[in-house]
Structures are given as structure tokens and as C-alpha cells.
Design a protein around this ligand. Structure first.
Ligand SMILES: Cc1cc2nc3c(=O)[nH]c(=O)nc-3n(C[C@H](O)[C@H](O)[C@H](O)COP(=O)(O)OP(=O)(O)OC[C@H]3O[C@@H](n4cnc5c(N)ncnc54)[C@H](O)[C@@H]3O)c2cc1C
Length: 452
């Protein structure tokens, strides 16, 4: 029997695959699409996601391939009316080594994740879809499109907004598809346009177009708002016509269109992230509007929260530990969806603040305070459940470097003993090492809340 079947090789499934493989878990990862899709989609990597990527051993590749977000240059025709950064760039500190949002086309992020998964012995089985599943006390039986019937101890549905796994266990997505404009999006080349800026034109309300240079490529991601109804064409000529009309210019020539899509902003989430031996993560349980760049990032962090817990349960911890996945991640998903919705509505209302980003979107302040896995006291402004800041240990190693080894880290700081969970959050803060040891041992027995 396979330990874990992961359904979907998007950012969520790949992150989970890496996390499980680095703990030596036997994983199968299936992906419905037979070929890679080169889609820029979720191009913003938040600081907290960069920290996860540090732990997973891919930060150097991600930083080398990505760029800071360009300044947005807003025009009326060819006249510049505003230049604005989404948020001011900050210098790295020893506690926050990656303070800024980075831009990377989603296909490139997926490539880097896939390379790491392969280096850890993982294999993406492309052109293989989950069609049905059934579960019993000891495992999940999955029917695949190849005709294979696969038995796994656990199944994780990281299969996106139309998740087959989520439907199979009868969990719906509740929420809203606001009656707002749709957005046409395409990856293409644009001649005669400076790649230093993210160019944006607004002819009037609902008549917006923008071209954002994608790092590591000679392409731009073009977006244009479209009315809520109708069946617009997604051809190169249609994008050119939208650009010409909204910019009032005819000197920018579009070509070489690759991926293109039309989407309607959705704000939806699942009421549960677990049904027995089936766990759900990423877009399968929360579908975000693009505003604020939270979708991909929230999925990566779902996977990182789930990975160490699944590995612990497979190593003998009671499966009650997996209940803390929904307990910790569902409120975060709800909070993050609220943020995206606020930014989306500001954007469509033409609010000048709509492009400004706060600390919340960087996801460094998100916390699991109050979770049943939290124990002990607070120290120096930190409390159990908070993200552990990076820093240098007395033996000269970075804390994030210690977390590359997928176990608990025990650190002495300010006269207290901190237990840092494998996902980088503080599990407990104690007075002695013995108490810290008792706490770590208790996780293996986790079937009921751990307190104090
Ligand atoms: C047009 C568009 C623009 C976006 N823009 C942004 C943005 O600007 N910022 C941002 O943060 N996010 C954006 N997103 C959202 C972001 O792309 C998603 O949040 C992110 O891809 C979620 O990752 P995931 O791995 O959970 O799901 P997905 O990326 O959807 O991956 C799921 C995978 O599962 C596979 N699959 C599905 N069903 C099955 C099955 N039955 N069996 C096997 N495999 C299956 C799919 O083929 C897919 O590869 C955008 C999304 C879209 C569509």
C-alpha cells in the first residue's frame, strides 16, 4: 500500500510531495494533464512562502529566477499620471531574510518545485486522473483514469477548484461569485514597451488593461477587465484590440500569445478540510480572487502545515494530529479570503488604495495562536503558534537552516526553551529543556488537546 496519494501537481501538491519525500514518506503524485502548461497565473510569491521555500531547499533557485515587483506606471493614453509600488521595498534583516514580495511566473515556480521533488526521488505521473475513491478504516481505494485501482493509507486532494477528491467526499465550496467584471489574461510579447515598468491604462470604470513584464522571460502578462456577460474571444487580435482601445495607442504590437484565460473572481471555501483519510489543500478548499496574490501562497502553506503531520502519523502518531490541520488552516484561509475580497472590491471601485499592500498580505503575521498544539508561555513578544523568526543560534547556524532537517528544533532564547515545529511555527515556549522534550513526545500521542 502507498503511504500517500497526492492528486494534482500544482504548487500545493508539489510542495506537499517535497515535504513528505524529505521525511522519507512513500508518495505517489498524479496529475491529470499529460503535458506541462506554461501559465503565468499566480506570479506573486509572498515573504512567508519564500521562507517555506528556504526550508524546502529551493530558495536560491527561486530568488535567482524571480524579481522584485516592478513599479506600476499608470497612464492616461501615453501620459504618465502615477507611479506606484504595491509596497515599499524593505532591506532583509536577520529575523526576516525575505521581506519583499517576489514575482515569478507560476509555471517557473512549479518547475523549480518539480525539480526538487524529482531530486528527492519523487515522480510526477502525468496524464493520470483520479476518477473516484472509497475509504475504509485502513485506507483509501482510488480509481484512476489508467484503469489502475490504487490503495493508499492517505489521499490528499490538491486538485484545484474543481477538485474530484473534494466532491467524492461530499464537501462543497460555499461562498460567492460576486457580479463583478471578468478578467481576460494572457502571456504574450509586446514590442516597443519598456520592461522596467508594470504598465496600466484605465480608459474609464471597467475599461482597464495592464501589461506586466514576467521575469526570466521576454513575455508580459496582459490583463484586461471585461463585462460580466457575453462570450469574448481570447485571440491575439482580441487582446490587441482591447489594448489599443484602452491605451489610446497603436504603437504597442502584441505577438506570440501563449496561455490565455478568462476568469470570474470567486470567493469560496470548503467547510471542512478533512473527511476521514482524505485531506484537501490549496484551491481544492479555498478559491481566491487574484487581488493580493494570496491563492498560490495559501496553498503552499496548507501543504507545509499538513506535510509534517502526515509524516508523524505515518510514523506512529495518532491520526488525531491531522485534525489540527483543519483546526489551524481553515481560519487562516477564511482570513486570507477576506483580505483578497476587500482588495478586489477596492480595485473594481477604482479606490486609489487598491494597489497598496500591507503586512497582512505578506503572511508573516499569520499565527496559529490558540491551536490545540500550542503549549507553554509567551516570551519577548512571541507566543506559541507564532511564526518563528529567523536568527542565528549560538553555534552560528541560521534557524531556517535548522528547519531544513524535517524535525522539531529546540532553541534557547531569552532564558526560555522554544520548540519550533517542522513547519516553522512555535509549538511551545518552556522554562526547561525537559518540559520541551515532554511536549515533543506528547505530539506523538496527540489525540486530544495539548495544553500548558
Ligand atoms: C487565470 C488565473 C489567474 C490567477 N492569478 C493569480 C494571481 O495573480 N495570484 C495568485 O496568488 N493566484 C492566482 N491564481 C490562483 C493560483 O493560480 C492558484 O491559487 C494556484 O494555482 C493553486 O494551486 P493548487 O496547487 O492548489 O491548484 P492548481 O494550481 O489548480 O493545481 C491543481 C492540479 O490538479 C490537477 N487535477 C485536477 N483534477 C485532477 C484529477 N482528478 N486527477 C489528477 N489531477 C487533477 C490539475 O490539472 C492541476 O494541475 C490564478 C488562477 C487563475 C486560473
Amino acid at each position: 500500500m502507498t503511504d500517500v496519494l497526492i492528486v494534482g501537481a500544482g504548487p500545493t501538491g508539489l510542495t506537499l510531495g517535497i515535504d513528505l519525500r524529505r521525511s522519507g514518506v512513500d508518495v505517489r503524485l498524479i496529475e491529470r494533464l499529460p503535458e506541462r502548461v506554461f501559465a503565468s497565473k499566480g506570479k506573486g510569491l509572498q515573504p512567508r512562502t519564500l521562507e517555506v521555500f528556504d526550508t524546502l531547499g529551493i530558495i536560491d533557485e527561486v530568488m535567482a529566477a524571480s524579481s522584485d515587483y516592478p513599479v506600476i506606471r499608470a497612464y492616461a493614453g501615453d501620459r504618465v499620471v502615477r507611479e506606484q509600488r504595491m509596497s515599499e521595498l524593505s532591506a532583509p534583516t536577520s529575523e526576516v531574510p525575505y521581506p519583499n514580495l517576489r514575482m515569478l511566473p507560476q509555471w517557473r515556480t512549479e518547475d523549480i518545485l518539480a525539480e526538487r521533488f524529482a531530486a528527492l526521488g519523487g515522480d510526477i505521473e502525468r496524464g493520470v486522473a483520479l476518477e473516484r475513491l472509497a475509504q475504509d478504516e485502513s485506507g483509501v481505494t482510488a480509481g484512476l483514469s489508467t484503469g489502475e485501482t490504487l490503495r493508499a493509507a492517505w489521499l490528499v486532494g490538491a486538485d484545484g477548484g474543481h477538485s474530484t477528491a473534494r466532491r467524492a467526499v461530499g464537501i462543497g465550496l460555499v461562498g460567492d461569485t460576486p457580479p463583478l467584471d471578468r478578467i481576460a489574461i494572457a502571456d504574450l510579447r509586446a514590442s516597443g514597451l519598456d520592461r522596467t515598468w508594470w504598465h496600466a491604462w484605465a480608459k474609464g470604470p471597467g475599461e482597464v488593461a495592464s501589461l506586466c513584464p514576467l521575469p526570466g522571460t521576454d513575455a508580459f502578462q496582459m490583463t484586461a477587465t471585461l463585462p460580466a456577460d457575453g462570450e469574448p474571444e481570447l485571440s491575439l487580435a482580441a487582446f490587441q484590440a482591447l489594448l489599443d482601445a484602452r491605451s489610446g495607442r497603436t504603437d504597442i504590437v502584441l505577438s506570440d500569445m501563449g496561455w490565455a484565460s478568462l476568469y470570474r473572481p470567486n470567493i469560496r471555501m470548503a467547510e471542512h478540510f478533512r473527511a476521514g483519510r482524505v485531506l484537501l489543500a490549496g484551491d481544492a478548499v479555498h478559491v481566491h480572487p487574484p487581488a493580493g496574490g494570496q491563492g498560490l501562497n495559501t496553498g503552499v502553506q496548507d501543504a507545509h502545515n499538513l506535510g509534517w503531520k502526515l509524516a508523524a502519523v505515518l510514523a506512529g502518531a495518532p491520526d488525531g494530529l491531522l485534525d489540527t490541520y483543519e483546526e489551524e488552516r481553515l481560519p487562516i484561509a477564511a482570513h486570507v479570503l477576506g483580505l483578497s475580497e476587500k482588495l478586489l472590491r477596492k480595485g473594481f471601485a477604482g479606490d486609489p488604495d487598491a494597489l497598496e499592500r500591507s503586512a497582512d498580505e505578506r503572511q508573516l503575521t499569520l499565527t496559529y495562536r490558540g491551536s490545540s498544539l500550542c503549549a507553554g508561555q509567551g516570551s519577548g513578544g512571541l507566543r506559541p503558534g507564532d511564526r518563528m523568526p529567523d536568527g542565528v543560534t549560538p553555534d552560528g547556524r541560521r534557524i531556517f537552516e535548522l528547519l531544513r532537517d524535517p524535525g522539531f528544533a529546540v532553541l534557547e532564547r531569552d532564558g526560555h526553551v522554544f520548540v519550533v515545529r517542522p513547519d516553522g511555527y512555535i509549538g511551545g515556549i518552556f522554562g526547561t529543556r525537559a518540559e520541551a522534550g515532554t511536549y515533543i513526545a506528547s505530539i506523538g500521542r496527540h489525540g486530544r488537546p495539548i495544553r500548558g
